[in-house]
Design a protein around this ligand. Structure first.
Ligand code: NAD
Ligand code: TYD
Length: 352
């Protein structure tokens, strides 16, 4: 079996669902259920013995060591993190705690377990660390996309904490020989995405008749990847990645934020038109820019394609249509996650 951390979050949840849809290998899912963790994402696995959910923290070495001993996983896939840049600006402490100290504690628990494994389990074991392109900093308009050799230049408390965790993972390989793999992926979107992030926030605000907040001039560029493509890349790297290597994951879909929001409005105009016949684009509102806002991210995913033959299945056009449809079809899920804590955050970030 495998141990997944953060599997009640957006990407981890999709990963667990996809994993068990394609394999009978059980998953131990360790998640602290922060505001971003949501067990409803895993409703389809309620009576599935292949999925064992454990409520706990990656930094709890006693718990993690006991889980490793009990279940003897052949791999650990680490999704658990604080992941929202805007929250990291308001309160970086949780990011240092989970992303840096949590990863450190997890690495130490895993190292002790791995050290005691007999062969061939020891050689076959993998620790896959899920990271982000944001560790590379910001690109100028004409710069080539980030390759794995790009220097680390994180600019936000979030990306700095992820960069630190990547360095720890790398060091645990070089110093202790822990068999690690790291993936650095671009912005994900798709089902079960917590609506504090741009795409789900815009879909839900549009439908609720609320403003669609665009930071600054809306010309910041992100490179969007459908979440299930990210999951397939992680499965592929886990299966065949070279030890100690990092793999950039992306779909060659660079888009300016304003264009992303306009695309969502056009899709909603078609799929669920406004009662007054106006376009949802009327709700677009320019708001104060994010502090230290990175201008452009773009991923060069050729290493993953060349070495491991991975390619995304979705284009941005196909993926965003599926995503908008998913939010229209799953209002119950969104109702469950947009509770008091969510409303507190949106009031704090965007005002009443
Ligand atoms: P998310 O915020 O939706 O989910 C994070 C999950 O981790 C939640 O279920 C939360 O409860 C859990 N968690 C938080 N702290 C924990 C702790 N101390 N112990 C155990 N569980 C804890 O995040 P996401 O968007 O699914 O991102 C998952 C991973 O992928 C993160 O490491 C993130 O940095 C990385 N990543 C995200 C993106 C993206 O676009 N969302 C892109 C590239 C990489
Ligand atoms: P986000 O989804 O928070 O991801 P990240 O900051 O990790 O890239 O934001 C995506 C882009 O959208 C980013 O450039 C910030 C911008 N943005 C807005 O313009 N308005 C918003 O309300 C949010 C949440 C993000």
């Amino acid at each position: 079996m495998i141990l997944v951390t953060g599997g009640a979050g957006f990407i981890g949840g999709n990963f667990v669902l996809d994993w068990l849809a394609g394999s009978d290998e059980p998953v131990i899912n360790l998640d602290a259920l922060t505001y971003a963790g949501n067990l409803h994402t895993l409703d389809a696995l309620k009576n599935d013995a292949r999925h064992v959910f454990v409520h706990g923290d990656i930094g709890d070495t006693q718990l993690v060591s006991q889980l490793l001993k009990q279940y003897q996983p052949r791999a650990v896939v680490n999704f658990a993190a604080e992941s929202h840049v805007d929250r990291s600006i308001h309160g970086p402490a949780d990011f240092i705690q989970t992303n840096i100290l949590g990863t450190f504690n997890l690495l130490e628990s895993v190292r002790a377990y791995w050290n005691d494994l007999p062969e061939p389990e020891k050689s076959d074991f993998r620790f896959l660390h899920v990271s982000t392109d944001e560790v590379y900093g910001s690109l100028e308009k004409d710069d080539p996309p980030f390759a794995e050799t790009h220097r680390y230049e994180p600019n936000s408390p979030y990306s700095a904490s992820k960069a630190a965790s990547d360095h720890l993972v790398r060091a645990w390989h070089h110093t202790y020989g822990l068999p690690v793999l790291t993936t650095n992926c671009s912005n994900n979107y798709g089902p079960y995405h917590f609506p504090e992030k741009l795409i789900p926030l815009v879909i839900l605000n549009a439908l609720a008749g609320k403003p669609l907040p665009i930071y600054g001039d809306g010309q910041q560029i992100r490179d969007w990847l459908y979440v299930r493509d990210h999951c397939s890349a992680i499965r592929r790297v886990l299966e065949a990645g070279r030890l100690g290597e990092t793999y950039n994951v992306g779909g060659w879909n660079e888009k300016a934020n304003l264009d992303v929001v306009k695309t969502i409005c056009t899709l909603l105009d078609e799929m669920q038109p406004r009662a007054d016949g106006q376009s949802y684009a009327e709700q677009i509102t320019f708001v104060t820019d994010r502090a230290g806002h990175d201008r452009r991210y773009a991923i060069d995913a050729r290493k993953l394609e060349r070495e491991l033959g991975w390619k995304p299945a979705e284009t941005f056009e196909s993926g965003i249509r599926k995503t908008v449809q998913w939010y229209l079809d799953n209002t119950e899920w969104t109702r469950n996650v947009t509770t008091g804590a969510y409303r507190e955050w949106t009031t704090r970030q965007y005002g009443a």
